[in-house]
Design a protein around this ligand. Structure first.
Ligand SMILES: Cc1cc2nc3c(=O)[nH]c(=O)nc-3n(C[C@H](O)[C@H](O)[C@H](O)COP(=O)(O)OP(=O)(O)OC[C@H]3O[C@@H](n4cnc5c(N)ncnc54)[C@H](O)[C@@H]3O)c2cc1C
Length: 469
């Protein structure tokens, strides 16, 4: 994104004598959050999600190697069961005191259909493994999320998405899947077979059954040109519709307290391969943090120093197969809230969010991510029936993230947003019923498929029944 260490050193000098006092405060704020014990009183081992915000001590860990073992395990388990993928969701979707069930051993390519450009994978396959497996058979997923650590089933179950108005989220490119119910029964689901279960369980939060196999509609393998450049935030907000029309996949990061945005586009190309360089995003983030640490109390100076750092940064370019460029590494941990808004509400909401952060939260330094997603018709898809603009707000994992709920979520809700299922939100069944036209149908079908609620936990009780307390 941006990389000017010297500028930040200059900022330190500018602060002069106050630096010593500030250093103590910074060290205090930079301490690691308390970790839960590695095992509980019964000797059950700790499970944590990626950001560390959720944890549990499951009574059992299950990792079947095939559908027969999975069915046996489901029938034998006397506890509640929660499927987990890569544990990259920020919400309590996977936490359980019962059995934590991973399909990590059910991965890889099952079959492919070259003429239809389709491929079937075991549901535990990570997106990072799907890319090369598809490339080997001349296919690709044309749109991917920001990282590729997710399992296929975990990603689609929360409506994980990339960006580009021509593209829906991952689940909407699924042509069929196999769902194992809590009683071990298998249902083949597609638009023509068990059609209602297909629509409901496609974005199913692991509450309808266990997805074991997924067939993907892909595109023929091709190369893309990735471009990253910096522009003024005001200009970017004004040009956003033009940018969306001009690029296959486009997104931008609004960098608070700077007046700048970082824009990233991916477009099909026949240019020869020019591999991406080393990832500088983590370095850039740490510099934004340093800027916050040193100049958070002096917004005008913070903006002026950012100006020096951002100005005259040359665009960067890379050319390669899409699966090598669309996703990134994210070694700096954070907590995140993302809402999906009606497209026309995205920029007005983003302006409000930036203003609120700049007025009330000088501690925020993570850029805000804006993307666009095409509509689909999965019952619990946040993109059900409408094209969406999403806004994601992040908090460094060591920082207080409660402002996401107090300050940011009300803005998203005022603009008619639906929450990302895998990211922080405070919604429960009552409010969700107003946001999702088929919510009552989905709840009824969930009850039918899992009448004893064996796949529910506290979080899901709140989502589906409003009684998670
Ligand atoms: C650094 C980072 C970057 C991210 N970037 C993006 C992004 O660009 N776009 C985006 O949309 N999201 C993004 N996310 C969110 C992430 O994609 C979702 O939370 C996703 O669900 C995580 O996948 P997972 O494999 O870790 O699933 P988990 O978090 O482990 O589980 C997610 C859900 O899937 C269910 N599940 C898992 N396996 C199965 C199965 N076999 N059958 C049925 N249900 C199952 C679980 O029960 C749970 O409800 C990001 C998250 C992080 C931490």
């Amino acid at each position: 994104m941006v990389s000017r260490r010297t500028v930040l050193t200059g900022a330190g000098v500018a602060l002069g004598g106050g630096a010593a006092v500030a250093a103590g405060y910074r060290a205090w704020r930079d301490r690691e959050p308390a970790s839960p014990p590695t095992q509980d009183a019964q000797g059950r081992l700790l499970w944590r999600n990626w950001s560390g915000i959720e944890h549990a001590y499951p009574a059992m860990r299950l990792a079947p190697q095939n559908e027969e073992e999975l069915a046996d395990m489901l029938r034998a388990a006397r506890t509640p069961i929660r499927p987990v993928g890569a544990g990259h969701s920020f919400t309590g979707l996977a936490t359980t005191r019962g059995a934590l069930l991973s399909l990590d051993r059910m991965k890889g390519l099952v079959a492919d259909d070259a003429s239809a450009v389709r491929a079937t994978f075991w549901a535990g396959t990570r997106l990072s493994e799907v890319g090369p497996a598809l490339a080997a058979i001349g296919q690709e997923m044309p749109n991917l999320p920001d990282i590729n650590e997710q399992s296929l089933a975990g990603g689609v179950s929360t409506a994980t998405h990339g960006t580009g108005l021509a593209f829906p989220a991952l689940h909407a490119r699924i042509t069929s899947f196999r769902l194992m119910l809590a009683n071990g029964e298998i249902k083949e689901c597609s638009p023509t077979q068990n059609q209602e279960v297909f629509q409901a369980a496609l974005v199913g939060l692991g509450a309808f059954g266990l997805i074991t196999q997924i067939e993907l509609q892909n595109d023929p393998l091709g190369r893309v040109l990735k471009r990253t450049w910096i522009a003024s935030l005001d200009e970017t907000l004004e040009q956003w519709p033009t940018l969306q029309a001009a690029h296959r996949n486009v997104e931008f990061y609004a960098v608070p307290f700077t007046g700048y945005a970082v824009i990233i586009s991916h477009d099909p190309t026949d240019l020869p391969v020019r591999p991406r360089g080393p990832d500088e995003d983590a370095d850039a983030l740490m510099q934004l943090k340093q800027l916050r640490d040193w100049l958070g109390v002096a917004p005008a100076l913070r903006r002026a120093v950012a100006h020096m750092a951002f100005d005259n940064q040359a665009p960067t370019e890379a050319v390669d197969e899409g699966w090598k460029l669309l996703s990134n590494e994210r070694p700096v941990r954070f907590n995140e809230m993302e809402y999906h808004l009606p497209l026309e509400q995205q920029i007005p909401a983003l302006r409000e969010v930036v203003a609120a952060i700049e007025r009330h939260r000088s501690d925020v330094f993570f850029p805000l991510e804006a993307r666009v997603i095409r509509r689909d018709d999965a019952w619990l898809s946040p993109f059900f029936g409408r094209d969406c603009g999403s806004i994601a707000v992040h908090a460094y994992y060591k920082d207080d993230h409660r402002f996401l709920f107090d300050l940011i979520e009300p803005i998203f809700q005022r603009h008619g947003g639906r929450p990302h299922w895998g990211k922080l939100h405070s919604q429960s069944a009552r409010g969700l019923a107003d946001l999702y036209p088929r919510f009552a149908d989905a709840c009824a079908l969930r009850r039918e498929l899992d009448p004893e609620g064996r796949l529910l936990n506290e979080h899901l009780r709140r989502v589906f029944l409003d009684d998670g307390a």
